[in-house]
Ligand binder design. Structure first.
Ligand SMILES: Cc1ncc(COP(=O)(O)O)c(C=O)c1O
Length: 415
């Protein structure tokens, strides 16, 4: 049976038992405050505010920053597809910047003077858990630019205050979506480190009531239906079309849009979601450690098998990004000659890879020459499955065979 990346986060078996436990815990309304308190400690920040999604967290941050209409916000040309829409809905103008072609870290030094002059905020991607030092970005852009860290992918539980202060900028947000490492089925959080801008944002945030449990149950039901449709037995009943990842993505996007329109911003997490979040926070250190060892396994095998000088140099860059600069990587991204061929080969070995816009979206379509790093990633990146729940032997067998093939298919950025 094909192992899909998302199925590993909440294993299907045993979910009903978990829900029963969560429901019991969620009867206590203080669970949301408990979750925020534990998150504050886990992320080493002064304040943590639970929201209904990462998107909602960003929306609330932008409102609290009170930027003038039409102000420019710098964001990567290669990132999550939904971000430009959030800025536009807030009356702000996206200014796309290129990213480096290994782990999509933001490169603000290539922006034109006119673009820099318009910028009032920057969205720093901590994509795949690979960290960019936000203080370097702040130094490059100046203090008048608010630094917002997009930590949707980053499972930075227990990194300690030094890493946290570099990672979170003036304000950060995380996503607790079902496919993320820390999931509350759907949810997010605003993280506010110590600092004058963070204090201002905190005081401008609205005090939102928890989402009614009935709405949370509706979301859970939707995810269960999705899990059922993805189940192999259902493929034959509903046909391959519905089970195609692209179709499911489309349905999920429509559902999210509906949710955003239906005033998601009126609520924060429900106690039921917070109960799930508390469990996830406590599990995170052990899961992070397992993920690090799986990233190591893949990189060691690749390093042993790659022969070309440029290929070995590229693997050194990947190691510096996904090991040195990612205390807890959420995934491992490798550039290959043909992502589609890589996907088919991995499928034959029983594992699904994410490629193309399922890794991230490219926003420089009309002028790819202005964003060479982003264009390279979009054309070549594959997201390898770093699945800590999969049986160790099965995973090792996959890594052994897949890296033997991959070592000859690497696509380093042309120098
Ligand atoms: C990099 C990035 N930023 C922001 C978001 C938005 O988070 P959410 O799905 O919780 O709204 C996502 C979601 O996948 C993401 O990948």
């Amino acid at each position: 049976m094909l192992i899909r990346p998302n199925e590993q986060v909440v294993p299907v078996r045993g979910r009903l038992g978990l829900y029963r436990r969560y429901l019991r815990q969620s009867l206590a309304p203080e669970t949301v405050a408990d979750f925020e308190r534990e998150a504050r400690q886990a992320f080493s920040v002064a304040h943590a505010v639970a929201t209904l999604s990462g998107t909602m967290a960003l929306t609330l941050i932008l409102e609290a920053l009170q930027l003038p209409r039409g102000a420019g916000v710098i964001l990567p040309a290669y990132t999550y597809f939904g971000l430009p829409g959030v800025l536009e809905r807030a009356g702000l103008v996206p200014i796309f910047a290129d990213v480096e072609p290994v782990a999509a870290r933001l490169q603000v030094d290539r922006l034109a003077a006119a673009e820099l002059a318009r910028a009032r905020a920057v969205l720093v991607p901590q994509l795949f858990g690979v960290l960019t030092d936000t203080s370097a970005i702040r130094r490059a852009l100046g203090d008048h630019v608010a630094v917002i860290a997009d930590c949707a992918h980053a499972s930075l539980v227990g990194v300690g205050p030094t890493v946290a202060s570099r990672a979170f900028g003036d304000v950060a947000f995380v996503s607790f979506d079902r496919v993320k490492l820390l999931d509350t089925m759907r949810g997010g959080m605003i993280l506010l480190p110590d600092g004058p801008r963070a204090e201002k944002i905190k005081s401008a945030l609205p005090a939102l009531p928890p989402q009614p449990v009935a709405r949370t149950l509706r979301t859970m039901l939707l995810y269960e239906v999705e899990a059922m449709i993805r189940h192999p037995y259902c493929y034959s009943l509903l046909g391959r079309l519905l089970a195609r990842p692209q179709t499911m993505d489309w349905i999920r996007r429509q559902y999210r849009r509906l949710n955003v329109r239906s005033k998601q911003g009126d609520y924060r997490l429900s106690p039921l979601q917070a109960a799930i979040g508390l469990t996830r926070l406590r599990e995170a250190p052990a899961r992070n450690a397992r993920r690090v060892s799986r990233v190591r396994l893949i990189l060691d095998q690749l390093a042993a098998k790659a022969t070309g000088t440029r290929e070995r140099q590229y693997l050194g860059e990947v190691e510096r990004a996904f090991v040195t600069a990612a205390p807890y990587p959420s995934s491992l991204v490798i550039n290959v000659r043909s992502p589609e061929v890589a996907r088919r080969f991995a499928q034959r070995l029983g594992f699904e890879l994410l490629i193309g816009s399922r890794v991230a979206e490219f926003f420089g379509g009309a002028e790819p020459h202005r964003f060479p790093g982003a264009a390279h990633l979009f054309a070549h990146a594959v997201k390898l499955p770093i699945l800590e729940n999969v049986n160790e032997d099965r995973y090792r067998r996959f890594v052994e065979k897949f890296t033997a093939w991959l070592a000859n298919e690497l696509a380093p950025f042309p120098t």
